[in-house]
Design a protein around this ligand. Structure first.
Ligand SMILES: [Zn+2]
Length: 275
């Protein structure tokens, strides 16, 4: 389980409307304070996600992004503002989140994340939340999380729709991995970016808020989580559908022998280890 840190008197007051919830309580709030969450991307999904995680008092938030704030971001990336154009998104995000909740520690990672550095970045965190916009990044982040046995809460959105699920494939069947859902890199022609086809700001707000809730539930180990379930959200029609996401027979990732755990901070063990 994630570590707990005691609350100060000010924090007890700060989170009172949240600790009164039976789902959270003061013990849950102490676990939120002790948790370290890495968010990939301070963009359309990362904005609502980081705002709600910081607001909720998740104690340490790492942010990975290398981009600058552009004017075309502002309709949806609500961490950023018109007076911060051309500044790093991580810098803008840090300013917004510090102003929202000074109790939270923000750790900036002003870089891209890929095969070469994902394991090092993931190693310092308990949970990763991915809001990136391409297969290569998602695949690299998933591989690092699987090797380190770090839950990965993954969301994606385009147009007015989005997907949300959690990957914890090291737990074994029936938990699927990212490659069970996407066996191969899709051809570039089939994966147009938001820049090409557009995305609705509130759809990202909806997905990012749901992703933040999933992260909070992972921190509190509220079962069953979303591993093995795919949420499909149609923001325009106000519809949310759940479908089972099975482990795929013949998946090269799931069928591969599990390597030793990387990193040193994993507190979540597989059933085999805990029995
Ligand atoms: Zn798999």
């Amino acid at each position: 389980m994630t570590r707990s840190l005691p609350l100060t008197a000010e924090e007890r007051l700060w989170y009172r409307r949240q600790t009164v919830l039976p789902e959270i309580g003061e013990a849950g709030q102490e676990r939120l304070k002790g948790a370290r969450v890495l968010v990939i991307g301070a963009g359309g999904l990362g904005s609502p996600l980081l705002l709600y995680l910081a607001g909720a008092g998740v104690g340490t938030l790492g942010i990975v992004d290398f981009d600058l704030v552009e004017v075309s971001n502002l309709h949806r990336q609500i961490l950023h503002r018109a007076d911060r154009l051309d500044t790093l998104k991580t810098e803008s995000a840090e300013a917004t989140l510090r102003a929202l909740n000074p109790h939270v520690t923000i750790v900036r990672h002003d870089c891209a994340i890929g095969r070469d550095n994902a394991a090092d970045l993931v190693a310092a965190y308990d949970i990763v939340a991915d809001g990136s916009d391409n297969f290569a990044t998602r695949d690299a982040v998933h591989a690092a999380c699987l090797a380190a046995r770090v839950p990965l809460v993954s969301a994606a959105a385009q147009l007015t729709d989005g997907l949300l699920t959690t990957f914890k494939a090291w737990l074994g069947p029936p938990h699927p991995c990212y490659r069970c859902l996407f066996p191969d890199a899709p051809p570039q022609a089939l994966t147009p970016s938001c820049a090409e086809i557009g995305v609705l700001g509130p759809a990202l707000g909806l997905l990012g808020s749901m992703q933040a809730t999933a992260v909070i539930r992972e921190i509190l180990e509220d079962e069953p989580g979303l591993s093995g379930t795919l949420l499909m959200v149609d923001a325009w029609r106000h519809e949310v559908a759940h479908t089972q996401l099975p482990r795929r027979a013949g998946c090269p990732v799931c069928d591969a022998p599990q390597p030793p755990v990387t990193g040193g901070n994993r507190l979540t063990s597989s059933p085999a280890e805990s029995s």
